[in-house]
Design a protein around this ligand. Structure first.
Ligand code: G3P
Length: 224
């Protein structure tokens, strides 16, 4: 499963890329606006920070022709691997058909139903992004929707991947993994929570104290 960073916070991106196995960065207009920075300079800096990892940037256009123009301009600016994020609607589908023919990757976003995902994939989207937490918030089983999309893609040998999004806790990520989501995009804090466990801390504390009783402050390197 791919892990992608759902933020435009440069310091957080640099930290997560350094420490965690990730395949890219996703943004949306809310995430970008949160940084309150020069849009172009911020995207160029993110590209510099992540090198050849994926960069997913969302369009703000609503007409297919305008979406295509924005995607081309962003692709020219940021280079591959690049994916234009397009909210699912008829104009978005039309843009996806055009962009996939042009070889520009599309991540269809704001997905809430398996049929939205199926239509996106058939139009040529590389990724579809169902919003897990927003579905859970209305008692609509976010991981269940992920599972159904994966099953439909498998049923028809569709190449598109599920990039599950909108996570608020570790349990949701765990369920997405059990549902065989191909990818998840999560915020930086959730990366830390995924690997944190009090029993791990207690185990390490025990190792350290037992070692010090015999070897004091000496390290393995000091003794070999
Ligand atoms: O980028 C799309 C998705 O991750 C949004 O998440 O937290 O706004 O529901 P959220």
């Amino acid at each position: 499963m791919e892990f992608i960073i759902d933020t435009a916070d440069l310091a957080a991106i640099r930290r997560i890329v350094e420490y965690f196995p990730v395949t890219g960065v996703t943004t949306n207009p809310t995430i970008i606006a949160r940084e309150n920075a020069d849009f172009k300079a911020l995207l160029v800096a993110i590209r510099e920070a992540i090198g050849n990892l994926q960069l997913h940037v969302q369009t703000t256009a609503t007409k297919a022709e305008d979406i295509v123009a924005e995607a081309e301009a962003l692709h020219d600016l940021l280079g591959d691997p690049f994916f234009i994020k397009i909210p699912i609607d008829a104009e978005g589908l039309k843009a996806t058909k055009i962009l996939s023919q042009m070889g520009i990757g599309v991540t269809m976003t704001a997905i809430f139903t398996p049929q939205q995902a199926l239509m996106s994939a058939l139009a040529g989207a590389t990724y579809v992004a169902p919003y897990v937490n927003r579905l859970d918030n209305i008692c609509a089983d976010g991981s269940g929707v992920v599972e159904e999309i994966v099953q439909i893609f498998d049923n028809y040998a569709i190449d598109a991947k599920v990039l599950a999004a909108s996570f608020k806790n570790v349990e949701q990520v765990h369920k997405a993994a059990l549902a065989a989501s191909h990818a998840v995009t999560i915020n930086p804090e959730l990366f830390d929570q995924l690997i944190c466990h009090p029993l791990t801390d207690a185990a390490v504390a025990g190792f350290t104290s037992d070692w010090k009783k015999v070897y004091g402050e000496k390290t393995v390197q000091d003794l070999i």
